[in-house]
Ligand binder design. Structure first.
Ligand SMILES: NC(=O)C1=CN([C@@H]2O[C@H](COP(=O)(O)OP(=O)(O)OC[C@H]3O[C@@H](n4cnc5c(N)ncnc54)[C@H](OP(=O)(O)O)[C@@H]3O)[C@@H](O)[C@H]2O)C=CC1
Ligand SMILES: CC(=O)N[C@@H](CCC(=O)OP(=O)(O)O)C(=O)O
Length: 345
């Protein structure tokens, strides 16, 4: 059994990890931390876990995380970088759901996250945890930088086109929408029911930290200079993310060949569903599951490809993806414990 620790077990990605890992056949939940709820049985806070998780939260300074085989950090940016060096030295693998190790350029990280990096020596070693594009590197990794939720949709949509040299990498556009759980469980005015429900707005239009993360990753798949305009929106739903991606074709290709390119790219990726050409994927077709679904369009047969991508921000966009990485790191089938079908309605 893989002994698992979770730092930040009271947040949305933390409890999502608990939901997935509590029934994972190869996992033994060993330590779950919370600074505020030290000593409280996990199931007292989350009755959905009654009879499934019998651990109590412990404060991060009391929890002995070195007894774990792997520790997930479901915490704000800056927490994993403080603890990862000691855990790695003790032989514990680390999967960070935050951004501490996603950007290879320290100055870019510090500019966007506005905190100093305290473990720069680990940045190079960290492996970006997007299995569909990086599976081989994840196999041997000790430290995983789990991707952001929006960047997962943008990369899985754009990369096949960039790799094939079919589009202008300098004029990519991503118009994305997220459910409110994407902002986490902490109290904030913008996510109050009376602010976020029956409302719809863009945010971060002048610049969002997921732009440098996505651009840096996309640049690995093209020789062209990447230019990405990314606009996130908050939609009045709890879970779910929808990305509408636009790319300009620079070479002639017919619809069937475009579709075949995506089907071929993801033929060994059980969590990417390439839907029939012209489909309209819905967020609810991924709710609670680790599936990402996408569909291609070519409005009026012109030279713009529109890629529609949906996922559950808390599963494929965060905790499910992290468990997928753990499975790969420990030599398990990638889908172990991740076969949930989406909830409908
Ligand atoms: N929500 C989403 O859809 C996604 C989130 N992410 C990233 O995952 C991470 C977690 O997000 P989310 O679950 O939404 O956040 P939440 O705000 O819901 O939860 C944060 C958790 O971290 C704990 N925590 C906060 N500060 C510290 C600290 N200094 N040391 C130890 N524990 C701490 C909190 O518990 P306590 O205060 O009791 O210790 C809480 O359990 C973030 O970095 C986020 O950017 C990534 C992809 C998608
Ligand atoms: C709706 C909402 O607020 N979403 C978050 C992104 C969540 C995520 O992926 O976060 P990290 O990259 O910070 O880990 C945001 O835009 O800040």
């Amino acid at each position: 059994m893989i002994k698992v620790g979770i730092v930040g077990g009271t947040g949305y990605t933390g409890v999502e990890l608990l939901r997935l890992l509590a029934v994972h056949p190869d996992v033994q939940l060993t330590a779950i931390t919370s600074r505020k709820e030290d000593g409280l049985p996990v199931a007292d806070m989350f009755p959905s876990l009654r009879g499934v998780v019998d651990l109590a939260f412990s404060s991060p300074d009391k929890a002995d995380l070195t007894q774990c085989d792997v520790v997930f950090f479901a915490t704000p940016h800056g927490v994993a970088m403080a603890q990862a060096p000691a855990l790695l030295a003790a032989g514990v693998k680390v999967i960070d759901l935050a951004a501490d190790f996603r950007l290879k350029d320290q100055a870019t990280f510090e500019k966007w996250y506005k905190i100093p990096h305290t473990a720069p020596e680990l940045i190079e070693e960290a492996v970006y945890g997007l299995p569909e594009l990086n599976r081989e590197d994840i196999k041997g990794a000790r430290l995983i930088a789990n991707p952001g939720c929006y960047p997962t949709t943008m990369q899985l949509g754009f990369v096949p086109l960039l790799k094939a040299g079919l589009v202008d990498a300098g004029s990519l556009i991503a118009d994305c929408k997220s459910g409110v759980s994407g902002a986490g469980r902490k109290a904030e005015i913008g996510t109050l029911f009376s602010e976020a429900s029956d409302n719809f707005k863009a945010y971060g239009v002048h610049g969002h930290r997921h732009t440098p993360e996505t651009s840096a990753q996309l640049a690995r798949y093209t020789d062209q200079k990447v230019g990405l305009i990314f606009t996130p929106h908050l939609v009045p739903m709890i879970r779910g993310m929808h990305a509408t991606l636009y790319a300009r074709l620079t070479r002639d290709i017919d619809d069937a060949a475009l579709q075949a390119l995506f089907e071929d790219t993801y033929k060994d990726s059980q969590f990417v569903d390439v839907m029939p050409f012209g489909s309209h994927p819905e967020t609810r077709s991924t709710r609670g599951s680790n599936m990402l679904r996408l569909a291609l369009h070519r409005p009026e047969g012109g030279n713009t490809v529109v890629i529609l991508v949906v996922q559950d921000n808390l599963v494929k966009g965060a905790s499910g993806q992290a468990v997928q990485c753990m499975n790969i790191m420990f030599g398990l089938d990638e889908a172990t414990g991740l076969k949930q079908v989406a909830l409908l309605p």
